[in-house]
Design a protein around this ligand. Structure first.
Ligand code: DAH
Length: 388
C-alpha cells in the first residue's frame, strides 16, 4: 500500500491530516491519473581511467569466446549473448556507458577498442548460433556404431514343449483332452482311486490340504471325473499341474506337471497298453528300446513302469540314467475294477488301461539335464536354447 501513496498530495483533500478518516481517503481516492510515477533510479555511471577501460575491455575479449562456445542450447546461447553484448545490461553496454565518462582525448582509442571487441564477439555469437540451428535441424545425436537391439523372441518352456508333443502324438491315436480342478476333493484324489484309508500319500507330510480340499497330488482324479461324465468308449489325455509337500531338490519340486492318459472300452487288454505306449515312446524319442517293469499303484492292477533307453548314453550308463542305461518315463496299468465301479462304470463289461507321466522328468532325460530346478528358474540363458 505504501508504494501506491502519492509522493505529494496532488489534488487530494488538503485538510485534517491528523484524522485517520481523512488519511484513509487520501490513500484510496487519489485518482490514478494524477499520481506522479516514482522517480526512475538512475544507476551510477562508473567513472574510469583509460587504463581501467582497456583492462575491462580486454577481460571481456578474453572471457567471451569460452562462454559462447559453452552454450550448448539456443537458450544458453541467448543467455550468453545477453550477458556479453546485451543492450541494456550486458558487459559491453556497461563499457559503452563508461565510455562517455572518459576524458575527451581518450574516447577515440577506447571507442575503437570497444568496437573491435564487439565485432569479435558478435562474429563468434553468429557462428555459434548457426551451428546450434544446424544441430537442431539434424535432430538428436545418433550413435550409428551402437549395436542394434534384436527383437525379443520368446519361446515355449521345455516342459510345455514336451506336453504339446505328447498331446499331439496321442491326438493322432484318437485321444481327446480332459481337464480337472487343481484344488480337488480328497475323494477324487484318493478314495475313488482305491487308496486305502491309511495310505501314506494322504499324510499331511505328503499332501497339501486346503480345509475340505487338497491340492491334487496327481492328475489321476481326472480319470474318475471323466468316467462319471461320459460313457465309454473313452480315450482321454489330462495334462495339468499337481502339488506335493516335497522339498525342492535336484529331482523333486513341490509343484510340477503331469500328463494322465485313460482308455476305457469293451475288450481292452494289457496288449493295448503295451502297444500304445511303445508306439508313443518311439514317436517321442525316435526309434528306442522300451521295457515294462512290474510296479504297484492302488488304482491299477496289474501295474507297470515303462523305461526307455537312456537317450544321453544310449544305454552304456551315465549320470542321467544313474548308470542303469534306462530312464523311467511313466507309470501305467490296467484300471482297477474298483475305480471303474466308484465312477459308476460296469467293470464286468468294461476294462481299461491308464498311465501317468511327468513331462519335467521327460524333458530332463531328453536333454540330459541333471537338475530339475533349472526348469523353474526362469533363466532366459537356459530357456532360450529351446526356442524354435
Ligand atoms: N498317479 C501316479 C503318480 O502320480 C502316476 C500314474 C501311475 C498314473 C499309473 C496312472 C497310472 O494313470 O495308471 O505317481
Amino acid at each position: 500500500m505504501a508504494s501506491r501513496r502519492p509522493s505529494r498530495n496532488a489534488g487530494g483533500p488538503t485538510q485534517g491530516f491528523g484524522s485517520p478518516l481523512t488519511l484513509a481517503i487520501a490513500l484510496d481516492f487519489t485518482p490514478a491519473v494524477t499520481r506522479r510515477p516514482a522517480p526512475l533510479t538512475v544507476s551510477r555511471i562508473p567513472r574510469m581511467t583509460l587504463d581501467e577501460f582497456k583492462s575491462a575491455a580486454e577481460s571481456l575479449r578474453a572471457d567471451g569466446p569460452a562462454q559462447i562456445a559453452a552454450a550448448a542450447t539456443l537458450e544458453a546461447w541467448t543467455d550468453a549473448r545477453n550477458h556479453l553484448v546485451g543492450r541494456t545490461s550486458g558487459r559491453l553496454s556497461e563499457l559503452m556507458t563508461a565510455l562517455g565518462t572518459l576524458p575527451k582525448d581518450d574516447r577515440r582509442e577506447a571507442g575503437q577498442l570497444a568496437n573491435a571487441v564487439k565485432q569479435e564477439l558478435e562474429a563468434l555469437l553468429d557462428a555459434r548460433h548457426a551451428e546450434l540451428m544446424r544441430q537442431q535441424q539434424r535432430g538428436p545425436a545418433i550413435d550409428r556404431t551402437m549395436p542394434g537391439r534384436a527383437a525379443w523372441r520368446g519361446s515355449v518352456h521345455p516342459v510345455s514343449l514336451v506336453i504339446d508333443e505328447v498331446v499331439e502324438i496321442f491326438r493322432e491315436l484318437g485321444f481327446t483332452i480332459a481337464l480337472g480342478p487343481e484344488a480337488e476333493h480328497a475323494w477324487y484324489n484318493f478314495g475313488a482311486l482305491n487308496f486305502p484309508a491309511d495310505h501314506p500319500a494322504m499324510d499331511l507330510h505328503d499332501t497339501l490340504y486346503l480345509d475340505d480340499l487338497v491340492l491334487r497330488t496327481h492328475t489321476s482324479p481326472v480319470q474318475v471325473r471323466t468316467l462319471q461324465q461320459y460313457p465309454p468308449p473313452i480315450r482321454i489325455l489330462a495334462p495339468g499341474n499337481v502339488y506335493r509337500a516335497d522339498p525342492f531338490d535336484a529331482s523333486h519340486a513341490p509343484m510340477f506337471s503331469q500328463v494322465e492318459g485313460l482308455v476305457v472300452d469293451e475288450g481292452i487288454t494289457f496288449a493295448d497298453l503295451k502297444a500304445t505306449l511303445t508306439r508313443f515312446a518311439n514317436r517321442f524319442f525316435g526309434e528306442t528300446k522300451t521295457r515294462f517293469r512290474p510296479s504297484f499303484f492302488p488304482f491299477t492292477e496289474p501295474s507297470a513302469e515303462m523305461d526307455v533307453r537312456c537317450g544321453v548314453c544310449k544305454g552304456t550308463g551315465c549320470p542321467v540314467c544313474k548308470n542303469s542305461g534306462w530312464v523311467e518315463i511313466l507309470g501305467s496299468g490296467m484300471v482297477h475294477p474298483a475305480v471303474l465301479e466308484n465312477a459308476g462304470i460296469d467293470s464286468e463289461r468294461y476294462t481299461g488301461w491308464a498311465f501317468g507321466m511327468g513331462p519335467a522328468r521327460t524333458a530332463l532325460a531328453r536333454h540330459g539335464i541333471p537338475d530339475i530346478r533349472i526348469l523353474y528358474d526362469s533363466d532366459v540363458r537356459f530357456l532360450e536354447q529351446f526356442a524354435r
